[in-house]
Design a binder for this molecule. Structure first.
Ligand SMILES: [Mn+2]
Length: 368
């Protein structure tokens, strides 16, 4: 597997700035970011001079070597073996045997357990450990071309899932049946993960922004919100469409147009140099002007990548300046208890002077 050098260079830039000699990760998401692959029970690291490594138990050694771009892979074993496996009780102990002399070791504290932290302190001493969250999260926020390729593929799969969901809507079919049909379809198209509980919220349930699919049957006149999330090789796509079965309630129709306007104006605002909160403000203003301000109860969007929700947040409290090749969602919504709700969500890539909308499914009002 060819290494995504651009990503490792970005990461090392942040390590330089924070004076980290190594960055060691224990969780699957950051493991994939460092190595391009998935290996169980293993840790990954990047050294400041650029080398990427993995320490695996013997059983995962071959997978680590053949499915990642790591420059070096070490196996460790509790028992003494007659091969090159390092004798160590844990991957941390093996790392200490290899690189115990390093001065500052960054570890993303948000992604390790307390017991791992204690083991790290015992191995290296508290003063040599530093929080690696910032280095890794700041690096991940701007996507490389390699990453954008995977996001594109994920978005394609999610879009096909949404189309499948819309096709499955007929009277009396349950929300769960729709979610299940889409789940299987996305898996068959190569999704490595489909969000456990897809959102299919119909009728009055559409007023729940996170209304997970239930046994409720779809009825004539229902508004139906479908919000689907799936990943391809670790990278996520996330799309929401709201449609109507048979006919659309007059007020919901009006709400749909308001949400669509908010979406379009917010998307038109996105470019390299605008702040996350400005985009939120634009969407919010459209909705407030129409009189629905208090019914827009979440932020306008979020970063998308190896996690469904990552930096930045398009919200009033996020000052992040959007940069070229960040990927964000834009997803305004209006939710009125007892009536229903509407959300429309697009995934976009920030560009110089504008943005590229990755999601292509039509977003005009659809009555099926
Ligand atoms: Mn979303």
């Amino acid at each position: 597997m060819e290494k995504d050098d651009m990503r490792i260079d970005r990461l090392i830039g942040f390590m330089d700035r924070l004076n980290l000699d190594a960055l060691v990760v224990f969780d699957k998401v950051n493991f994939r970011y460092l190595t391009g692959g998935v290996v169980d029970y293993s840790i990954a690291y990047v050294l400041r001079e650029g080398r990427v490594g993995i320490i695996s138990p013997v059983m995962e050694y071959e997978r680590a070597r053949s499915t990642t771009w790591a420059d070096e892979v070490y196996a460790f074993s509790r028992e003494k073996r007659d091969d090159e496996a390092i004798e160590a009780k844990t991957a941390i102990e093996a790392f200490k045997k290899l690189y115990g002399g390093l001065n500052r070791i960054g570890v993303p504290y948000s992604n390790i357990s307390h017991s791992t932290f204690i083991k790290l302190v015992e191995a290296f001493g508290r003063e040599r450990l530093a929080d690696g969250d910032e280095a890794i999260l700041e690096s991940r926020v701007v996507k490389t071309d390699f990453e954008l390729g995977l996001v594109r593929k994920a978005v394609e799969i999610v879009e096909a899932g949404v189309r499948k969901g819309i096709e499955s809507i007929v009277e009396d079919v349950s929300e769960l049946d729709i979610a299940f049909a889409s789940h299987c379809h996305m898996k068959s198209l190569g999704a490595d993960k489909v969000y456990d509980d897809l959102i299919v919220a119909s009728g009055k349930r559409a007023s729940l922004p996170h209304g997970r699919a239930s046994t409720k049957p779809i009825k004539y006149g229902d508004v139906v919100t479908l919000d689907f999330v799936a990943s391809y090789e670790g990278y996520y796509g996330d799309e929401t469409r709201t449609v109507f079965l048979g006919r659309a309630d007059k007020e919901l129709k009006k709400i749909y147009e308001v949400v669509l306007n908010a979406l379009e104006e917010a998307v038109d605002t996105v470019h390299d140099g605008v702040s996350a909160k400005e985009v939120d403000e634009v969407a919010r203003k459209v909705i407030e002007k129409a009189g629905y301000g208090k019914y827009f109860t979440h932020s306008t969007g979020h970063g998308l990548g190896l996690e469904v929700h990552e930096k930045p947040r398009l919200s009033a409290s996020d000052d992040t300046i959007l940069k070229k090749n960040m990927v964000v969602t834009v997803e305004p919504g209006i939710y009125i208890a007892g009536l229903g709700g509407v959300r429309i969500e697009e995934d976009i890539v920030v560009r110089i002077g504008g943005c590229e909308v990755l999601t292509k499914n039509p977003n005009e009002l659809l009555i099926i």
